[in-house]
Design a protein around this ligand. Structure first.
Ligand code: AP5
Ligand code: MG
Length: 215
C-alpha cells in the first residue's frame, strides 16, 4: 500500500498512520515526527527545523525533500509500502515526490484527504499528549492514558508539543490553507484524491480509508 495522508493539523493523520502500521504493516513516514527526532538529537537539521516549527511555519522545501527522499528510497519502504503523513505539504514537494516515485517505479495508490472544521482541530490539539519514546498519541479527554503522564505502551513519560499553543495552532492552520490545500487540488486533478470525514471515531475513519484504497 502506498498512501499519502493529507489534512490540517490535528485532523488525525498520525493516529491513522499508526493504525495502518499496526494493522497492515505499512511503514509510516511522518515528516513532523522525523523533524522532532532531529530536534531531540540536536542535529544541524534539527536546529534549523526548530526555528520554523516553533512558530508554526514550514521548514524550507530543500532540506525537507532531501530528508524524506532518503527515507522513501529505503528497501523496507519498497518492500512494505508506506503511508506519508505530513509530506508533501507544498506543490514543490509534491512534484519532487512524483519524480522520486517515478524513478522507483512505485506509483501512489491513493491520497487521502482527512477533513474536519477548525473548531474540531482546536479542541483536539488542546488536549493532545504524546509519548516521548514510542510516539503513541493520546488525548486528555478522548483517549486518556491509564496512568496520568505515563505511556500505556512503553511506560515512558508523556509530553505536550511546543507547537500546540493556541496562537501557533492558528498559524499552522493558516499555513495549511495557503500551502497545503493546493496540494489537495493537485492530487484531485490527477484522480488520486479520496476525501474522508475526520469527525468520526478513529476506527471509523480507518475503515473508510481502507475501503477507499481497496475500491
Ligand atoms: P506535523 O507533526 O506533521 O504536524 P501537523 O500537520 O500540524 O499535524 P499534527 O501532528 O498536529 O496532527 P495529526 O493530524 O497528526 O493529528 P493526531 O493524530 O496527532 O508537523 C509539525 C511541523 O513540522 C509543521 O508545522 C512544520 O513546521 C514542520 N513540517 C512537517 N512536515 C513538513 C513538510 N512536509 N514541509 C515543511 N515543514 C514540515 O491527532 C490529534 C489529536 O486528536 C490527538 O490527541 C488524537 O488522540 C486526537 N484524535 C485523532 N483522531 C481523532 C478522531 N477521529 N476523533 C477524536 N480524536 C481524535
Ligand atoms: Mg501528526
Amino acid at each position: 500500500m502506498r498512501l499519502i495522508l493529507i489534512g490540517p493539523p490535528g485532523v488525525g493523520k498520525g493516529t491513522q498512520a499508526a493504525l495502518l502500521e499496526s494493522r497492515l504493516g505499512v511503514k509510516p513516514l511522518s515528516s513532523g515526527v522525523i523533524f522532532r527526532a532531529e530536534i531531540e538529537a540536536e542535529t544541524d537539521l534539527g536546529r534549523l527545523a526548530k526555528r520554523y516549527i516553533e512558530h508554526g511555519e514550514l521548514v524550507p522545501n530543500g532540506v525537507t525533500i532531501e530528508m524524506m527522499a532518503k527515507r522513501i528510497r529505503r528497501d523496507e519502504v519498497r518492500k512494505h509500502g508506506f503511508v506519508l503523513d505530513g509530506f508533501p505539504r507544498t506543490i514543490r514537494q509534491a512534484e519532487a515526490l512524483e519524480e522520486i516515485l517515478d524513478e522507483m517505479g512505485m506509483p501512489l495508490d491513493k491520497v487521502v484527504s482527512i477533513e474536519v472544521d477548525d473548531e474540531v482541530v482546536l479542541s483536539r490539539l488542546a488536549g493532545r499528549i504524546g509519548c516521548t519514546k514510542c510516539g503513541e498519541i493520546y488525548h486528555s479527554v478522548n483517549k486518556p492514558p491509564k496512568r496520568e503522564g505515563i505511556c500505556d505502551k512503553c511506560n515512558s513519560p508523556l509530553f505536550v508539543r511546543t507547537d500546540d499553543q493556541p496562537e501557533t495552532i492558528l498559524e499552522r492552520l493558516r499555513v495549511f490553507r495557503e500551502n497545503t490545500a493546493p496540494v489537495r487540488d493537485y492530487y484531485r486533478e490527477k484522480g488520486l484524491l479520496q476525501v474522508v470525514d475526520g469527525r468520526h471515531e478513529p476506527e471509523e475513519v480507518y475503515q473508510e480509508i481502507v475501503a477507499g484504497v481497496e475500491a
